[in-house]
Design a protein around this ligand. Structure first.
Ligand code: SF4
Ligand code: SF4
Length: 267
């Protein structure tokens, strides 16, 4: 159980949230209504995705104070618990890309020759900026039109149509193309949450005295460039790209990694 503790917690959270959105649509429940773009918690607390909100603002549309308040609530929440905790604990696409990643490891597809490196991880930040520019130019929140996250959420709540092809494309791209291709290289929402969480308090901490340099954490980490301190220094993972998924904590047999409050000084 120790080795899948955070995996089970994440899947429980992701599936529970989707069930609540489904129940709002099917049974009129008022616990969580809407989409990841804009929602209401218990019919009163507004929640809004910050990147979606900024895209809409870029179009020139004047947003209501409830949406702005909702974006502020979500921004503060992820600023504290880790921006990309949204990715690992909430976003339904994560279940698809995690599955691709798992199959890649099982099929030993992580070898260099089947991991085409023609896309840099920084591409997602450029796509994020382009999404805002296109939104301003065409007057529509551009990424929302094509977002696989929205497609996946709508598919799970209302049923899949042609949108299933988009999800399948991401699955195959991550499986046979670029390792962690979509979430780790392209997704502008993940990029926005990386920025929001770049100074977050909840972080994985590394104990280099306990570490035996097995590198199991680097094998399972979807953003393993953030684990540059392994067996070098006892310090928190500080990069915003860390998704706080807890895979590294789950897999570490030496208890050299654990969640904690961000360390601002080295031991
Ligand atoms: S990177 Fe994008 S698609 Fe992937 S989990 Fe994060 S928000 Fe979802
Ligand atoms: S460092 Fe750990 S918590 Fe962060 S993304 Fe990698 S495996 Fe997940």
């Amino acid at each position: 159980m120790k080795h899948i503790k955070y995996l089970l917690l994440r899947r429980t959270t992701q599936i529970s949230l989707m069930c609540l959105y489904f129940a709002a649509n099917a049974y009129g429940w008022h616990i969580l209504e809407g989409t990841f773009g804009t929602s209401y918690l218990f019919g009163t607390v507004p929640l809004a995705d910050p990147y979606t909100t900024v895209q809409v603002l870029a179009t020139g549309f004047v947003l209501g104070t409830d949406v702005l308040l909702g974006a502020a609530i979500i921004t503060v929440f992820y600023f504290v618990i880790g921006g990309r905790a949204f990715c690992a604990w909430v976003c339904p696409i994560n279940m698809v890309t995690d599955l691709s990643n798992w199959i890649r490891r099982k099929l030993n597809l992580d070898k260099e020759e089947v991991n085409y490196r023609f896309i840099k991880r920084s591409a997602r930040y450029w796509i994020m900026v382009v999404g805002l520019l296109v939104s301003a130019f065409v007057g529509v929140a551009a990424f929302e039109v094509v977002s696989p996250i929205t497609i996946m959420q709508r598919g799970l709540v209302f049923g899949f149509g042609m949108g299933a092809a988009v999800i399948l494309t991401i699955f195959l791209f991550d499986l046979f193309g670029v390792k962690n291709g979509w979430c780790g290289h392209l997704c502008p929402l993940g990029a926005a949450y990386s920025i929001i969480g770049s100074k977050s308090l909840v972080r994985v901490k590394h104990d280099h005295v306990a570490c035996t340099d097995c590198m199991d954490c680097k094998v399972v980490c979807p953003e393993n460039q953030v684990l540059h301190m392994i067996n070098k220094e006892s310090i928190s993972v500080t990069d915003g790209e860390c998704t706080n998924c807890g895979r590294c904590v789950d897999v570490c047999n030496d208890d050299a990694l654990e969640f904690g409050i961000r360390q601002f000084v080295k031991n």
